[in-house]
Design a protein around this ligand. Sequence first.
Ligand code: TEU
Ligand code: CA
Length: 531
Amino acid sequence: MQDMLWWKRGTVYQIYPRSFQDSNDDGIGDLAGIRERLPYLTWLGVDAIWISPFYPSPMADFGYDVADYCGVDPMFGSLSDFDALLADAHEAGLKVILDFVPNHTSDRHPWFAESRSDRASPKRDWYIWKDPAPGGGPPNNWISNFGGSAWQFDEITGQYYYHAFLKEQPDLNWRNPDVRAAMMDVLRFWLERGVDGFRVDVIWHLIKDAGFRDNPVNPGWSENDPEIGRLVQAYSADQPEVHEIIAEMRAVLEEYDERVLIGEIYLPLERLVAYYGEDLSGAHLPFNFQLLETAWHARQIDGMIREYEAALPQGGWPNWVLGNHDRQRIAGRVGTEQARVAAMLLLTLRGTATLYYGDEIGMQNVPIPPDRVQDPWEKNEPGLGFNRDAYRTPMQWDASEGAGFTTAEPWLPIDMREPERNVADERQDEGSMLCLYRRLLDLRRTRPALAVGAYRPVEAEGDVLAYCREEGTERLLVALNLGAEPAALSLPPEARGGRIVLSVLGNREAESVGEVLSLQGNEAVLLEFSA
Ligand code: TEU
Ligand code: CA
C-alpha cells in the first residue's frame, strides 16, 4: 500500500480559509489560523489539505476573483505566513493543495486593466472582447452562472467582454499562447515553493466555442431554477480543445515529482471521465460530484457507483466528494442520522475521498439573516435557495461565544443552535460524528482493502446499499441502510460468518453474523470476512 501514490491512498480535507480559524481577531480566518490548527488535522487523520483561494483579491466572489496569482491577500497573511504553513504541514506529514483559478481573473488584475484600456493594448487579446451584435446588444445569448448576460459592455473601448461568473470576473482567453505561458508560470511559482498540487477551478470552462454560437434553449428549465439553466451550455464550456490545455498543465506538474492535478468539473458521467485525458494525460482526479447530485436513495446511489466504476478509463483513479463550499452541507441535505451513513460511504468507496471542513462534526446549513448575506450569487438571484453562505460559516471549535474561531464579530454568523456540536465536545464523546470520522479515517489508513482495494458490488434491496472491498487476503463488506426503518441484508455466501468491524451506531464490534445481517434504521456496518 505504501507504494501507492499519496493522493491515491490519502484523504483530502477542504479548508475554506475565511471560515477555518481567525488568528488576529478581525472575524476572518487566515493562514496563521490554519497553521495553528494543523495538530487537529493530523489527530483527525487526513492526509492533505486543499485551501480555497487566499490570493490578493477584491473578494467580489470571496477569492475566486484573483488580482495577483503569486501573492497572499493581506487579509489572509503574507507569503512568509504561507511558507511557514507549508513547512509545518509538511513537517506534520500533510500535503498542501492550492486552488488555481485560471478561467477568469478579477477585473482589478493588472492584466485586465491593461486589456480594457485600449483596443490596441498588447494584452487586449488576453481576455474575450467582442463587438455588440448587429443592431446592438450582447454578442450572443450566453448567460452568467450567477444570472444575467455573460457579456459586459465596456464604455472605454466600446466592446463587450465575456464573464462566465460575475462581471468582476472577466474570462481569460486561453486560446492566446501568452496567456497559457503566463499561467503555466504561475503553476511553477507555487510548485517551486513546494506545494503538492492544485484543485483547478471550473477547468471545463477554459475553452469556449471558436465561433461563439448561441447556446440552445433548455426545455427542462423552470422559473424557480437559476437563470443559467435556461440554456444548455453546449458552446460556452466543455469544448474538445480544453484537453490540450489540461495536458499542458499536467506536463508542468510532471516536471516535479508526485504532484496532483484535480479538476473541478460539473458534467454528466460520460463527459466527466474524458477529463482523465487521452492516455491519462489530463487531470489525475476529475472531481466526482455524483454523491452531491444523486438522490439519497440506495438503488440510485448503487446504480450510480456501478456506472462510475464502469465508466472510468483503464488506469484512471476514482474519487468521491461529499461536500464543498458551493453545495449544501451533507448533514443538512440528508439529515444528521444519514450523515453518519454518508461518512461511512465516502470513506469506504474506492478512490480518493474529499471531505469538506466541518462535515466531520456534522455542521448544518446555517440560516443567514437577510442583512448578513455575503454571497454575490444570492445577491444577484435572491430567494432561489442558493445562498452559499449557509455552507461557509465559521468552524465550530468549542462552545464559547466565538466558537473558538474568533473573538471578534465573525464575517458570517456562527451556528449556535446545537451548542455541543463542536470539536472540543465531540472529541470527548466516543459516539460523536467526529469520533466516527476519526475511526473511519484510521481504518482507511490501516486497512489496505479500504484504501486501495478492489470494489465489487453486492446485490441488495430496498434501502440497503452493499459492496465489498478486497485487497490480498483482506475481505470487507460494507452494508448501509439509507432508510430510517430497520432492514436486513442476506449476505453473499463468502461473507457469512463474518465479523463486524464497525457500526456507525456503535456497540456491535466483534459481533459475528450468520446468513443475514440485520441493520437498524440509519445504520451502516463494516464487516470483515475471510477469503
Ligand atoms: O464553482 C463553479 C461552479 O460551477 C459553481 O457555479 C457551482 O456550480 C455553483 O456554485 C453551485 O454549486 C467554482 C467555485 O467553486 C465557486 O465558489 C466560484 O464561485 C466559481 O467557480 C467561480 O470561480
Ligand atoms: Ca483574521
